[in-house]
Design a protein around this ligand. Structure first.
Ligand SMILES: CCCCCCC[C@H](O)CC(=O)SCCNC(=O)CCNC(=O)[C@H](O)C(C)(C)COP(=O)([O-])OP(=O)([O-])OC[C@H]1O[C@@H](n2cnc3c(N)ncnc32)[C@H](O)[C@@H]1OP(=O)([O-])[O-]
Length: 720
């Protein structure tokens, strides 16, 4: 785990714990033994700590967090490194994160290659740097920098770290050779001035201003997260207390965070996100055994809002895009909007003018679908209409080369139906982007009964390349995201007619932790979207939805959203929806008496006596139907595991990550309690099928003891 060798008068401690040199028990032990041996050996005059493989160290081993701590503690290992009278040099490449950076800060010197990155991402796991990081970073750099780095978890590139004083030198060429040269240059020099524990905190005279400003930012940007606030307090104590007392304070705060429910949720989130990448099809094909089709050229059909966003995603990472529209006017408008989005990115310093010009030069706008004949991958992004999509796929089948992957950006329509319009259903796959497509990170990739493993591998790989978090799901109406979300909209509308108002529902859900409540989400995505989907479904079933409709498909139906649509209140884009906005496209949601009156009048027309609806009821009626649907989705194999659902909710609907996602949240509340409440609502609202309890949930809820989330799927086939 740590290879010890000497080169002349220099001892080299090489951490060797693939893939990311996490500081597991054997590594800590290896470093501890290695530094003792080097200190003991009179022929050794300097020590180098370096990482083997792709990185210096990614920090403490997160997998060890649930277990009792064994072996030497990281702080003790660090103390030994610092107390060595022989200079110790950290030689950094790849990433030097968390405990890895703490080890480096215990060393007397730090050198790095230019591509290296350093940082304290502990905050993203709901903890703080617990091996003296909060006490040592503000001693090597400024207290303001330390607060920013530790409370955000951002990685800092080596040149910036040099500027901050975290690094002593950036080297070119072979890192070890350079480290040896550096070690020789400091051999024999006193190490005392390089012991950070003896140094004062830099910028301590501005502590109060810096702390207050950092706290304001944290409360605004990381609303609801405990760890960033505690991180700031820990760094503050570095400036207020002597080093050893600061360490004790850090330890107390670390222990507090480590045992918090937020830390448990964020650790779950770390592994869940990685697990989502390890997709597997029922056939056994998986990420591990399937190669993607090489994609060099792409096409996007539809230059509307979604098509523009998707084209931007592709252009940003250098894919040439053939952009197809049905007429020149729409095409020109689409290209103009793409250009505007890039200009905005330049204005906000997210890209350079040159990069923008390069991206724009990669678009080939056309009204001729034949131009797609040679593309490797095409994404259809026209509006949600089955006949239109099928027509496009019929044409693509004739036009595109046999190896092309044919993707559809549908948010609800079954991929089986779209693929059936072609003679190559194996090449057809869903790529459900979330609006705005160039900003939202989620990509819900959808396979049909015929989609080939190679097509799946290609879209999962594409997602990674364009910077998305991709989750693979099986086709069904609405897939995972919209299928679960749909019930929230239904319940919200029903609560409005029973007695709630939009601002009540949103406040409860925002207090719960959602970044915006469901009524504001509806205004953001457009009241017309839901209207179109409901009416399209009804049309397919030969039903006409009117203001008199009380039941649809045997379910209680609320016509309030339809009434809002008929008033032309389509949401933010028209300046009016469930709220009033300062202008069309505005962002400030204001309560509107017209909506309040509309809702009250609607209740009266329905003969419903309005009642007060409690916070608990709002929370449960918004969350539990989605959770219940999540269990059905697992039962049916639409999602392979609960982690996939939770990933979808963080990135698609901003579900607070510190609560782990709806499925993890359910596990924390207790599945028997969730089940019991769902049964209660089912009894009270028998005409809403989303309250019919999932069978998988029932089985898990009746297990003799709580079943860990990682074992839920083993119950899906059981006959309990
Ligand atoms: C207990 C008391 C301790 C007290 C002392 C506290 C010390 C300290 O302050 C706390 C810490 O350091 S907290 C730590 C602070 N550090 C962090 O939070 C850093 C977290 N890590 C990262 O940000 C990214 O992994 C990297 C940027 C390092 C690499 O990104 P990339 O190239 O895209 O690769 P990838 O796909 O992401 O990972 C590859 C594989 O490695 C796995 N794995 C990774 N790190 C791990 C770890 N620390 N551990 C275990 N495993 C870790 C990962 O799961 C995956 O496994 P899989 O089985 O193949 O799925």
């Amino acid at each position: 785990m740590v290879d010890y060798r000497t080169q002349g008068q220099i001892a080299i401690l090489e951490v060797n714990n693939p893939p990311v040199n996490a500081l597991s028990i054997h590594v800590r032990k290896g470093l501890d033994d290695g530094i003792s041996r080097a200190v003991r050996d009179p022929s050794v005059k300097a020590v180098i700590v370096i990482g083997k493989g792709r990185t210096f160290s990614s920090g403490a081993d997160i997998k060890e967090f649930n277990k009792p701590q064994e072996g030497p503690r990281l702080t003790m290992v660090g103390k030994k490194l610092e107390e060595s009278d022989k200079p110790v040099v950290a030689a950094i490449h790849g990433t030097c994160l968390g405990g890895g950076l703490e080890i480096a800060l215990f060393c007397h010197y730090r050198i790095a290659v230019k591509s290296a990155r350093v940082g304290f991402p502990e905050v993203l796991l709901g903890i703080l740097p617990g091996a003296a990081g909060t006490q040592r970073l503000p001693r090597v750099t400024d207290v303001a920098v330390a607060m920013e780095m530790i409370s955000t978890g951002k990685h800092v590139p080596a040149p910036k770290a040099l500027e901050y004083g975290i690094l002593d030198k950036i080297v070119q060429g072979d890192l070890l050779e350079e480290a040896v040269k550096f070690a020789k240059s400091v051999m024999g020099k006193p190490v005392q001035p390089c012991r950070l524990s003896d140094q004062p905190v830099k910028g301590a005279d501005r502590l109060v201003q810096v702390f207050d400003a950092a706290m304001r930012q944290v409360k605004q940007r990381q609303r609801g997260f405990m760890a960033p606030v505690v991180c700031l307090k820990a760094v503050r104590s570095a400036a207020e207390l002597p080093y050893n007392e600061g360490l004790l304070r850090e330890n107390t705060l670390f222990t507090e965070l480590m045992s918090s429910s937020q830390c448990a949720a964020l650790r779950y989130a770390f592994f869940a996100e990685r697990a989502a990448q390890r997709w597997q099809l029922p056939s056994g094909a998986s990420a591990a055994n399937t190669k993607p089709v090489p994609v060099k050229s792409t096409g996007v059909i539809g230059a509307g809002t979604m098509g523009q966003g998707i084209a931007i995603c592709l252009l940003r990472v250098d894919y040439p895009v053939i952009l197809v529209e049905q007429n020149q006017k729409l095409l020109d408008k689409g290209v103009e909007m793409i250009q505007l989005a890039f200009k905005d990115a330049v204005r906000r310093k997210l890209m350079t003018e040159d990069a923008m010009r390069h991206c724009m030069s990669n678009i080939s706008p056309t009204v001729d679908m034949q131009q797609l004949a040679n593309v490797d991958l095409v994404i259809e992004a026209v509006y949600e209409n089955v006949a239109l999509k099928q027509d496009i796929f019929r044409k693509l089948d004739v036009i595109c080369k046999p190896s092309a992957v044919l993707c559809t950006n549908t948010s609800t329509i079954s991929i089986d139906i779209i693929a059936s319009a072609t003679k190559r259903p194996g090449s057809v796959v869903g790529t459900h982007f979330f609006a705005p497509a160039h900003i939202m990170r989620l990509l819900e990739n959808v396979y049909s009964k015929d989609t080939s493993a190679q097509a799946v591998a290609t879209v999962m790989d594409l997602g990674k390349k364009i910077g998305k978090v991709s989750v693979l799901v099986k086709t069904c109406h609405g897939f995972v995201a919209n299928r679960m979300f749909h019930h929230q909209g239904q319940e919200a509308a029903l609560m409005l007619e029973e007695g709630a108002l939009p601002e009540h529902i949103d406040k409860v859900m925002e207090d719960f932790g959602m970044s915006i409540g469901p009524m504001k989400v509806s205004d953001l995505s457009g009241v017309d979207i839901g209207w179109r989907i409901r009416h399209e479904v009804a049309k397919m079933e030969g039903v006409e939805l009117t203001s008199q409709t009380r039941f649809f498909r045997g379910e209680r139906y609320c016509t309030l959203p339809d009434k809002l649509y008929e008033l032309g209140r389509l949401g933010r884009k028209t300046g009016k929806g469930w709220y009033r906005y300062e202008k069309p496209g505005g962002r400030v949601a204001m309560v509107d008496d017209e909506v309040t009156n509309l809702i009250k009048k609607h209740s009266a027309e329905m003969g419903i006596e309005r009642r007060g609806i409690s916070t608990q009821e709002i929370q449960e009626r918004i969350l539990y139907p989605a959770i219940n649907e999540g269990f059905r989705i697992l039962e049916e194999g639409v999602a392979a595991k609960p982690e996939d659902i939770d990933v979808i909710w963080w990135y698609g609907f901003s579900f607070p990550r510190y609560m782990g996602g709806p499925m993890f949240h359910a596990s924390q509340v207790g599945l028997s309690k969730v089940y019991e409440r769902i049964c209660y609502y089912h009894q009270n609202f028998p005409y809403s099928s989303h309250w019919v309890p999932s069978d998988l949930l029932r089985k898990l809820a009746s297990a003799p003891s709580p079943v860990p989330i990682s074992q839920w799927m083993s119950y899906s086939q059981s006959k309990l």
